[in-house]
Design a protein around this ligand. Structure first.
Ligand SMILES: C[S@@+](CC[C@H](N)C(=O)[O-])C[C@H]1O[C@@H](n2cnc3c(N)ncnc32)[C@H](O)[C@@H]1O
Length: 225
């Protein structure tokens, strides 16, 4: 299992993600976030489908943003299930809260916190990582998340990655597009790499010319509390 110490600093170059910077960035992006995420709605539906949710289950929405996945997750677990969303940006989670209040869901819990410190209060059957690059690069966040994983919990991921090196112009374009939404560019070759310590059977499928990926797997028993 990776330890918190695995996060490194290399001279002045900070390799680790920075939640304080994320708060700053998403203060500017919260209002326009839903419009910018429209083009990835099809992938969002696919990744939620990969979780294989059943009615009555508890699902964690990691760094849930404005709550765009909440309707899909809530529909999959039904009124007797539970959805827990965690998000560090006050502006993003305020929009998620409005969404939940408008829908009148009483089984959606939204927690304003870093993933590194979040207290979920309950084990989860499945966890969604939809465009959560910063969290995936944080050993402390992963350690915290998987301390709440129930037996044989499932995970599904969608996100951005570097396209193959021979698509160099696309790589540059991808970096520029992603810049407002990330606090670290580290790990873009294999954004899921640290997760493999908890989910050794992770299966990854590159999509959209290798600029994005989908993945799913099952949490290994020793990664559980
Ligand atoms: C690209 S958005 C994705 C939001 C959401 N998952 C979605 O599917 O639309 C990334 C989100 O991660 C949040 N975030 C970044 N670092 C975080 C951390 N350490 N803990 C919790 N949230 C974090 C940001 O504030 C932002 O809302």
């Amino acid at each position: 299992m990776p330890s918190a110490d695995q996060t490194q600093q290399c001279g002045a170059r900070i390799l680790q993600p920075d939640p304080a910077l994320a708060i700053q960035k998403y203060r500017q992006h919260a209002a326009s976030y839903d419009a910018s995420a429209r083009r990835t709605m099809a992938l969002r539906r696919r990744v939620v489908g990969l979780l294989g949710l059943a009615p009555g289950e508890t699902v964690l929405d990691v760094a849930c943003g404005t709550g765009l996945s909440l309707p899909l997750l809530r529909e999959a677990v039904g009124p007797r299930g539970r959805v827990i969303g965690v998000e560090v940006s006050p502006e993003m989670i305020a929009l998620a809260r409005e969404r939940a209040a408008r829908a009148g869901w009483d089984n959606v819990t939204l927690i304003e916190s870093t993933m590194e410190a979040a207290d979920l209060g309950a084990p989860f059957h499945a966890a969604l990582f939809n465009y959560t690059h910063d969290v995936l690069q944080s050993p402390r966040a992963l350690e915290r998340i998987f301390s709440f994983a129930g037996p044989r919990a499932r995970v599904a991921l969608a996100g951005i990655k570097h396209p193959p090196p021979w698509l160099f112009p696309l790589r540059l374009y991808r970096l520029l597009k992603a810049r407002p939404y990330l606090t670290t560019f580290e790990g873009l070759e294999e954004p899921w790499r640290l997760l493999c310590a908890y989910v050794p059977d992770l299966r990854v499928q590159p999509v959209l010319a290798g600029t994005n990926y989908l993945a799913r797997g099952t949490v290994h028993p020793w990664a559980q509390p």
